[in-house]
Structure formats: C-alpha cells, structure tokens
Design a protein around this ligand. Structure first.
Ligand SMILES: Cc1cc2nc3c(=O)[nH]c(=O)nc-3n(C[C@H](O)[C@H](O)[C@H](O)COP(=O)(O)OP(=O)(O)OC[C@H]3O[C@@H](n4cnc5c(N)ncnc54)[C@H](O)[C@@H]3O)c2cc1C
Length: 352
C-alpha cells in the first residue's frame, strides 16, 4: 500500500497504525502516535490490562544515572525519557534516588562511583536530613537528585486512559497475528516476539510488594552489594517495592524461596522495621533484552513493520524515547540511535 502526503502538505498523511502489546513500550507508542495524529489501534492479547505483561512488575524508577552502570548510553537517552515523562504524567515523583552501601561493601561503592559519577556524595548528616529513617545507618550515600519514580499500577492505568483519550482504540483479549491491513504495525509484544528476534533473551526479575507504616522513605534507595544488590521504591500509602533479582533465565515461575530470602534480608539490612511489614504481593517478570542490553526499534518491510523491544531494566525510562524515535521516523524519516534498519532507509513508508 502506498502511503502518501496530503497534497501541498509538508506533513505525512495520517497512517493506520496497529500497535501490538499494551506493556509499557506499546502504551507509549500508541499514545505518542495517536497524539501525532495517526489512527491508532492498540491490540492486547490479555483480557485484563497488564495481566500478561512484564511491565506490571517494574519498580518503576526512572534512573538514568544509576542505570548508566550497565550501559553509559542510558545516561543521555534516559535524560530525554525523564523529560518526556515529566511532560506527560502529573503524578511522577521527582525526588531523586539514593545509593548506599554497608561499610564492608566499600569496593562496590567505589566501583559504582567510578562508573556512574554521582552528582552528589552525602555524609551522614546530609543523608539524615534527606531521609531521616536512614540516619546513623550509612556513613555515606550517593544522591542523584534529577531522577524520579512512580507507582507502576497508577502509571500504567494513566497511560492506557491517556491513549484512549488521544483517540486510539483499544482491543483487549485480541491476540494479533499476521498479516495485517494496517499501514504500519508497531510490534511491542515483549518476550512473545522472541521468535522474530533471534537475539532477544529473557532476564528474570523477581520482586516483593511490602506494606509498613514503620518505614518512611521519600525516594528509591539502592543498596549496593557484591551478590544481592537491591532497591526499595516507595509507592506511597506505606507500600514499598523491594527488588529485583537479575537472573539469566526465562523461567516464568513464581518467586523462589532463595530470591525471597535475599530480597527480604536486604530490605531488613536497609531498615530493620521491614521485619514487621506485610507481604502484599510477590512477582516475577521476564525482561526482554538484546546482547547490548539496550532497546531498539527495528524497521522492517519498508517501514511497514517496526519491532520495538529489548528494554531490559529500562523499559519505563526509555519507552518514551523509543516512541518519539518511531514517531519522528514515520513523520520525517528522522534517524535515531535506537532505530535499526533491516532494509535501506529509502524504503520507508512515506512519499515526497
Ligand atoms: C522486577 C522488574 C523490575 C523492573 N524495574 C524497572 C524500573 O524500575 N525501571 C524501568 O525503566 N524498567 C524496569 N523494569 C523493566 C521493564 O519492566 C521492562 O523493560 C518492560 O516491562 C518491558 O516492556 P514491554 O512493553 O517490552 O513488554 P511487556 O510489558 O511484557 O508487554 C508486552 C505485551 O504484549 C502482549 N502481547 C504479547 N503477544 C501478543 C499478541 N500476539 N497480541 C497482542 N498482544 C500481545 C503481552 O500480553 C504484554 O501485555 C523492570 C522489570 C522487572 C521484571
């Protein structure tokens, strides 16, 4: 099908776009493309939103500084992701993140500081005034004041509503199969796309949701550790996500006893009052990842099929960046470092 400009218009004509998968990547794609004026259909195989997604297990921290430990590119890409979230989601918590280590783990702290260059290092007094509940527990902390976090269920629901408000139609309980009559299919099926993406692997992440009113934290706290690094993310109302394991496995089973013990032990090390917390939920999700642990949008079939995947630990952080990259590509064939072409750029679905 030829996709044409409106006569005399500098803009490409609106496209019929099917976005497959309503995880965090699909939601951001559908929202951004609908807001750009395209006719968007968001197709999700589960009947209940997010029930079969990895996204519902996320923390969800927007932490480009902390996460640059694994890939330096995340720092600049993530800064754009943060800006797009701030423009879109009013309940984002802009309180930064903290990173601490027990004195015996000073080697991990030194390595982390070398790789991520934290903007601020806090002594005990500054840490106590920022997070009073951590007073006297750690002799120093790294502080990334520009980072943010959110409560995952609220953020996912917000994006789903915003997508429909922007004009996209939502089809739940509809498993997408090829071929498609749409001009463009944006495939955000997560691990279900592995058959079409031979480099994709799954990285298991387990986490707990706890509730206690005995611990008060305003921002995510990461605890460095040689074997069991952990984070605690405050979701409000006394809820805390404690995560997450990083296991090279695609096992979809429930959290193991070993992982639960490690996470709970680390939470207790961060603050002993977690011992009295209720365990509200356990969960394990499979993070889709490429070998470089960075996501990309692969442009196939002359731009008629775009596979967006591989977000690994940064699906929330980088979903808006991927969506902007795809939208700009469809409008103007704009290149972007997260776009990968399996065919020459000249075959893109745009005339003129
Ligand atoms: C424990 C844990 C903690 C995490 N913490 C963070 C964090 O703090 N910050 C951060 O940025 N990231 C975090 N992540 C990473 C993030 O959650 C992932 O990168 C992200 O969820 C991947 O999203 P996705 O949209 O690619 O996949 P998914 O969320 O799995 O979505 C794919 C969707 O496609 C649907 N689907 C599949 N096949 C079909 C089909 N044929 N037709 C229709 N629909 C289909 C599925 O049902 C699913 O809803 C974390 C991950 C885990 C596991």
């Amino acid at each position: 099908m030829a996709i044409e400009h409106e006569p005399g218009s500098a803009r490409a004509a609106p496209l019929e776009i099917t976005v497959v998968g309503a995880g965090i990547l699909g939601l951001w794609q559908a929202l951004t493309l609908a807001r750009a004026g395209h006719r968007v259909r968001l197709v999700e195989r589960s009947k209940t939103p997010f029930a079969e997604s990895a996204s519902r297990f996320a923390g969800a921290m927007l932490a480009p500084g902390c996460e640059s430990e694994t890939a330096p590119e995340i720092s600049t890409l993530g800064a754009r992701g943060l800006a797009l979230w701030r423009d879109t989601y009013p309940r984002l918590v802009n309180a930064g993140s903290l990173v601490v280590a027990a004195p015996r783990d000073h080697a991990e702290a030194a390595h982390f500081a070398r790789v991520t260059s934290p903007p601020l290092t806090l002594g005990p007094d500054a840490l106590a005034s920022l997070e009073p509940d951590l007073a006297g527990r750690f002799s120093e902390a790294f502080y990334f004041p520009g980072e943010a976090h959110m409560a995952t269920p609220d953020a996912l629901s917000f994006l789903l509503d915003a997508t429909e408000t922007a004009g996209a139609t939502l089809e739940l309980g509809a498993a997408w199969t090829t071929p498609s009559a749409a001009d463009v299919v944006v495939d955000c099926r997560g691990m279900s796309a592995a058959h079409d993406l031979p480099n994709l692997r799954g990285v298991r992440g387990e986490r707990l949701l706890l509730r206690t009113h005995e611990v008060r934290l305003a921002r995510p706290v990461r605890l460095l550790h040689p074997r069991h690094p952990l984070y605690v993310v405050p979701w409000g109302d006394g809820r805390f996500v404690v995560g997450a394991t990083v296991i090279e496995s695609e096992d979809q089973g429930a959290i193991t006893v070993r992982s639960a013990l490690e996470l709970l032990g680390a939470a207790y090390a961060l603050h002993p009052a977690f011992a009295e917390a209720e365990i509200l939920e356990t969960g394990a999700g499979i993070r889709p990842a490429f070998p470089d642990n960075l996501p990309h949008a692969e442009i196939r079939d002359g731009g008629r099929r775009i596979l967006v995947n591989g977000a690994h630990r940064n699906g929330f952080l980088l979903a808006p960046v991927l969506a902007e990259a795809v939208s700009d590509y469809l409008a103007n064939q704009t290149p972007h470092e997260l776009l990968v072409f399996s065919e020459p750029l000249a075959h893109a679905p745009r005339s003129g």
